[in-house]
Design a protein around this ligand. Sequence first.
Ligand code: 3PG
Length: 323
Amino acid sequence: MALSPARDGLSTFYFLLNMKVLVATEKPFAKVAVDGIREVVEGAGYELALLEKYTEKQQLLEAVADVDALIIRSDKVDAEVLDAAKQLKIVVRAGAGYDNIDLEAATAHKVVAMNTPGQNSNAVAELALGLMVYAVRNFYNGTSGTELMGKKLGIHAFGNVGRNVARIAQGFGMEVYAYDAYCPDEVMTAAGVTPVHSAEELYRTCGIVSLHIPATAETKNSINHDLVNLMPKGGMLVNTARKEVIDEEGLIALMQERADLKYITDIMPVADAKFRTLFENRYFATPKKMGAQTAEANINAGIAAAKQIVDFLENGNTRFQVN
Ligand code: 3PG
């Protein structure tokens, strides 16, 4: 419990005593990452609580009741959770995408929301390339596949993950292109990547497109029938970003029209059963989102989250605030 629990502004400094930090992860971190988080949290003199592999929202609602800070992954923090978290001052999404936090509600509750950008991006990028190899080798079914070397890879959004994908793909000898409305051409060219200036141009140019866009009002359902239809014969779409950016029915319709297209994803679509039934050998989804599920990514993102919490509570540092 804090001596000064009043939440009279997002940048309030807290006089600290027995602060309680909850790690709430439906998909838990590696143990070594939890150990690292514990070291940071207890090192600051705070208490650490764990809620791992929970199955019901009610468990989260109960666990947040007396905590000052919260570390989550893709766990949903909405107005109901924030209402239940009467003492909450900060929530840190240990990872990049924070579409699982209701930012407006967090602000209304005077709770600071942060992410830990870049901390798990190599892990996601390695998985993207791994999925590509798996798919071009026909899911290791014993038949002859193709290679990545010399193929054109389109990176849709050149953020932390996209940049790591470019680096690794260059190691495979791929020709790398990228489209990102918010990233200057020079950043891409400095990385040996050819910038293109519209999503349409990217999909028209590249036989493999790797998605790295966040799920926002602007991007939801934006990867649709007409866009993917621009891809050359044998095109493959790889999604390690978010399922919400895909117009699933549009993609299903397109894959029915074009037997040459493949969809490979680390985020199981809502229509997974339909994709599986209709597109045997052209569709693959990991059973659970695996991109950031490495010890290294868990350690990097989890410990960064813990340090950001301590730095915020002790010093008011809001560097990674997203609300
Ligand atoms: C992210 O946004 O950081 C990634 O999608 C990883 O999500 P996860 O922590 O739920 O695996």
